[in-house]
Write a protein that binds this ligand. Sequence first.
Ligand code: MLT
Length: 414
Amino acid sequence: MAYLNDNYLKLRAGYLFPEIARRVKAFCDANPESAKRLIRCGIGDVTEALPEAVRLAMHQAVDELGVRDSFRGYGPEQGYDFLRHAIAQNDYRNNGLDVADDEIFVSDGSKCDCGNILDILGHNNRIAVMDPVYPVYVDTNVMAGHTGEADASGTYAGLLYLPCTESNNFVADVPEERADVVYLCFPNNPTGSVATRAQLESWVAYALKHRALLLYDAAYEAYISEPGIPHSIYEIPGARECAIEFRSFSKNGGFTGTRCAFTVVPKTLMATTASGESHPLHPLWNRRMSTKFNGVPYIVQRGAEALYSEPGKAQVAALISHYMGNAALLRQAAQEAGLHVWGGVNAPYLWVRTPEGVNSWQMFDRMLHEANVVITPGSGFGSAGEGYFRISAFKSRANVEEVARRLKTLAHRA
Ligand code: MLT
């Protein structure tokens, strides 16, 4: 007899984005004419072409593999040295941050790493997440058996939820209670909020005091436009002793389909064994990657490396500026329509309060049926997301202009 992992049966409905896709498909099947004018601003998937520098590097890598002398088979599971070096140098050491090449682990995505990291952590940790929250942090802990059942609002027993509301500007304060593992995501998905240096200092102080681990998701770091906002948790003294950082090429280099990301595990980062001894996490993650992963394809890693070339940097800047131009247009349209909007300044997401008396999924249906625009219902990110919806700025300019027009019409009828 084979037993299944019962924890999966605790998961609520589908993962948020497949669930949205299911509803959208049902709508399109039933309304083929409306389906033709559908614009998807739900999942944060990039739309613009891969940067030229990336394409050139990938073409060249393909040609290398086509010649016996430069052909490569299995690569290092942790990533090729050329990419680990480019990342550590450009994203960290050039900014005065102490990160060594071999503290970088190249992977096929931050979503995967955020889930996989649980492989090297114990099952007795008290886990804290923000609410609203990127669902992956919660669902992977459910799958790993770190929670009880969900209640009607989708809140799981055993997790410590830290509400992010209008009153704290969608950045939770450190709690009174102890947590052992804390997920932080800045710029935030879904609210678009950012943490100030002082706020991150308080999180690092909290982690050091409780010997807790911060899992810092900085996938949207490239979208920070305001000066003084930290781009990395390692800008905060002490973070090398308490934080793992996740970053991705998905949203800056347009790699959502190409797949490449990385995780920083400092060698100075310790956790506690069941018998109470301190042990570094770096060798555990290294072992996990060596055993369960065969590395990102050489061609893709050469493409990622090209993002750090001078042309690559300029092309990334152009992509960010395109999406942030979209965010500004959407923000303005929503505000002109009388909606309350957050985000869209340091992040490609807008977080919008639903009109009075309309809940998140009702707003989703209304946008779908009346405006033929797909958004993400805030309640899909947690109970504190009820009464909000998220609009993604990852679109063509023409589509964003059209969404802005439809948003105004719809909101005027609110
Ligand atoms: C989102 O829309 O929240 C993101 O695209 C999800 C992801 O990056 O996995």
